[in-house]
Design a protein. Structure first.
Length: 268
């Protein structure tokens, strides 16, 4: 059983939903990332989504775009991101890690080489935002050969046939984008999300995580009532941005924000 599947199985037994924070690797500098990852786990993270910085992050709003720019200005590469995962694994062998990013760096490394290096570093899954499932067979095969979960996005506009296709390709969990638009938007309709998830659950037994538009404890708790996982990114990355001038404060203060969401999700 993969680390991701094992974590969701444990949470189901506890009657709890997963909390999945997203941060951009190397933002604002590479020495911050691993301490921040550990702090997020201590604050209640169940899975970590680690963003691979990219020059044209088309699915992301301005907050995460700027995070990628800061990381790239520091010279962070895909190889550096894998090194951060490897360093994290020196202290934490159990928390699942999903790399989230875009196809170009993976394609430049080569699918097989990427999957092998990611598995060796301790990565558990990969989500390539701009790779449609119709074109993903080669990468999916390489990931699965090395025990990694390929994770895909579903959107409010996904027709039933596409929902079925993605559910057939994915493992680990399904990432449902809660609204139309880019990361950091704030037009979340939890009742509508719940209705959409009912249709997706008819096609898969995989856990379904919901992201985009979750910015505070109230929205995290509301989404936890209808989903298997709450995915939060821009709110955390925005706090990183606020602290760029004092990077030593980032792990404690960003994890404090996440801890408030964990408490709200676990409240009766």
């Amino acid at each position: 059983m993969s680390r991701i599947a094992g974590r969701f199985e444990r949470l189901r037994g506890e009657g709890r939903q997963a909390l999945i924070p997203f941060i951009t690797a190397g933002d604002p500098e590479r020495t911050v990332t691993v301490p921040l990852m550990h702090a997020l786990v201590e604050a209640g993270a169940d899975v970590i989504e680690l963003g691979v910085p990219f020059s044209d992050p088309m699915a992301d709003g301005p907050v995460i775009q700027r995070a990628s720019e800061r990381a790239l200005m520091s010279g962070v590469t895909l190889g550096d991101v894998l090194g951060m995962v490897r360093e994290f694994r020196g202290r934490d062998a159990v928390t699942p890690i999903v790399l989230m990013g875009y196809l170009n760096p993976v394609e430049a490394m080569g699918y097989e080489a990427f999957a092998a290096a990611a598995a060796e570093a301790g990565v558990d899954g990969a989500l390539t935002v701009d790779l449609p499932p119709e074109e993903a067979d080669e990468l999916v095969a390489s990931l699965r050969q090395h025990g990694l979960d390929p994770i895909f996005l579903l959107a409010p506009t996904s027709p039933p046939e596409r929902v079925r296709l993605i559910c057939e390709h994915a493992s680990g969990f399904i990432y449902y984008v809660s609204l139309k638009g880019v990361t950091g938007a704030n037009r979340l309709d939890v009742e509508e999300v719940g209705r959409r998830l009912e249709g997706i659950r008819a096609c898969t037994r995989l856990p379904i995580g919901v992201g985009f538009g979750i910015g505070d404890s109230d929205s995290a708790a509301a989404v936890a009532r209808v989903s298997d996982a709450v995915i939060v990114g821009s709110a955390l990355v925005r706090r990183v941005e606020d602290l760029v001038a004092t990077p030593e404060r980032i792990p404690a203060e960003v994890s404090q924000l996440l801890a408030g969401m964990r408490r709200a999700m676990d409240a009766p």
